[in-house]
Design a protein around this ligand. Structure first.
Ligand code: SAJ
Length: 439
């Protein structure tokens, strides 16, 4: 396997099929095409396929370099998109980059898209093909889902007839291409030779470290690195709640804590959103077997998921200090995206916040300069409001003049989920102020 396939990788004659052309699949298909490979992208949605084959990038939001690169590789005929899985019959390499959502109620991974892709790929799988899973999956998924589905659908045996690896994606919305080139990658293989062949492939587009290992380790690295972040954020949030309880400023505490060596207290906030941090801890926990019961990881998730509700409590307290009940209040929410300076609203903490405020009877208006439909003139939507709630630290909000803001509002109430303004500045401008970790 190695000499033939690795030779075809080195001389770029290996044909690559990429299954799934979303945030993960499309940029990687473009990068391999740019590296000189003939690439076929497969996805279900034929409308988006037509767009891609016209060289038009279907991904919303600013992705530096991606629209231009897509247009170039389509023009050069190096990439084409299709719904036709029989294209896999001509491929020596198949990447799978389909979504692996986690069910919000059961916390279990939804592998429907993955299994469908594997079934279709398996039915067209040719001997000698290297299959690489880029989707984020729970530990043990390669062994218990991917391998059996591919073997059953193809009638081929892994490590004898075809080769199986996983190279978890490390995409970041807004930096999709840069991350592929500059982020190190873990490359798991069902055999050391397979991991090495996959390293040779990614060497064509990745300038950072490529670390060969086994499939289970690669599954664990991806889910643990994001769970680490979720637990760290939950710690910062719990310290913020404790600081509120004792009347301290968590931001001053954090700054001084992080002056001590090997400390990296994360930022408290109004909740944890995005496409991976809220999901990957559940994938990690799902991968455990038997009667293993995680304690810290689900608790951290519960703390982070409770933060939007905590913001509602701060709003209620601040309005009461201003003599207003929440059911009579007009509230302006600044920031619908899940974090600063992005248009991505997936799992945004602003979504449950707005729902809870409206359930309590408040009239809520939302602004976000990056999100279509919420990007109007902030001044207009702030006029006559009883409370402003900051949920994303967009640069534009940092430039707001609090004196002018106070003149526009019906009541000078500011609840700050991201420490954009801070207590001192807000009090000097005459606001009733409640910040996460600083009330
Ligand atoms: N957040 C906090 N406090 C923090 C850091 C983040 O409340 O100290 C919140 C953010 O506001 C957001 C959520 O957590 O709502 C997730 O933020 P994030 O900075 O982790 O952003 P993501 O979701 O784009 O995470 C990605 C991940 N990268 C990949 O999966 C390849 C993550 O592993 C990276 O650490 C992160 O980007 C990054 O560092 O930018």
């Amino acid at each position: 396997m190695e000499s033939e396939l690795v030779k075809a990788i080195h001389n770029r004659t290996a044909r690559i099929v990429v299954i799934g052309l979303g945030y993960v699949g499309l940029p990687v298909a473009c990068m391999f095409a740019k590296a000189g490979f003939q690439v076929v992208g497969i996805r279900r949605n034929s409308e988006k396929i037509a767009q891609i084959n016209r060289g038009i990038c279907p991904i919303e939001g600013k992705e530096p370099g991606l629209p231009e690169l897509l247009a170039e590789v389509i023009r050069e005929g190096r990439l084409k998109a299709t719904t036709d899985y029989t294209e896999c019959r001509q491929a020596q390499i198949a990447l799978v980059a389909v979504e692996t959502p986690v069910d919000k109620a059961t916390r279990k991974p939804g592998y429907e898209a993955l299994q469908a892709a594997l079934q279709e790929l398996g039915q067209n799988l040719q001997p000698g093909t290297l299959v690489i899973i880029e989707s984020t999956i729970a530990p043990r998924t390669m062994e218990t889902v991917v391998k059996p589905v591919l073997e059953q659908a193809s009638g081929l045996k892994v490590n004898e007839d075809f080769y199986l690896a996983n190279c978890p994606e490390r995409v970041m919305p807004g930096k999709l291409l840069a991350n592929i080139e500059h982020c190190s990658r873990v490359v798991g293989g069902m055999s050391p030779e397979t991991a090495q062949a996959a390293v040779e492939l990614y060497r064509c587009i990745v300038k950072a470290d490529l670390d060969p290992t086994d499939c289970l380790t690669a599954e664990l690295v991806k889910t643990v690195e994001n769970t680490y972040r979720d637990v760290q954020i939950a710690f910062a949030n719990e310290v913020a709640l404790l600081c509120e309880n004792v009347g301290a400023d968590v931001w001053a505490v954090r700054q001084l804590v992080n002056k001590s060596p090997q400390r990296d207290m994360h930022l408290p906030g109004p909740g944890v959103g995005g496409h991976c941090i809220p999901k990957d801890p559940w994938l990690l926990v799902h991968g455990a077997q038997g009667n293993f019961e995680a304690k810290l990881i689900p608790t951290a998730r519960a703390i982070n998921d409770s933060m939007p509700l905590h913001i509602v409590e701060l709003v209620e307290e601040a309005l009461r200090q201003a003599g207003k009940e929440i059911q009579e209040a007009r509230i302006a929410v600044l920031g619908y995206a899940y974090k600063e300076n992005t248009d991505d609203t997936r799992n945004s903490p602003a979504i449950p916040l707005i729902r809870h405020l409206e359930e309590l009877g408040a009239e809520v208006t939302v602004h976000d300069p990056y999100v279509r439909g919420y990007d109007g003139d902030p001044k207009k939507m702030l006029t006559g409001r009883d409370c402003v709630v900051v949920m994303a630290a967009h640069d534009q909000y940092r430039e707001l003049d609090l004196e002018n803001l106070k003149a526009q509002l019906r009541l000078p109430v500011l609840v700050d989920g991201r420490n954009v303004f801070g207590m001192k500045q807000a009090h000097e401008a005459g606001f009733i102020y409640k910040g996460v970790g600083n009330v």
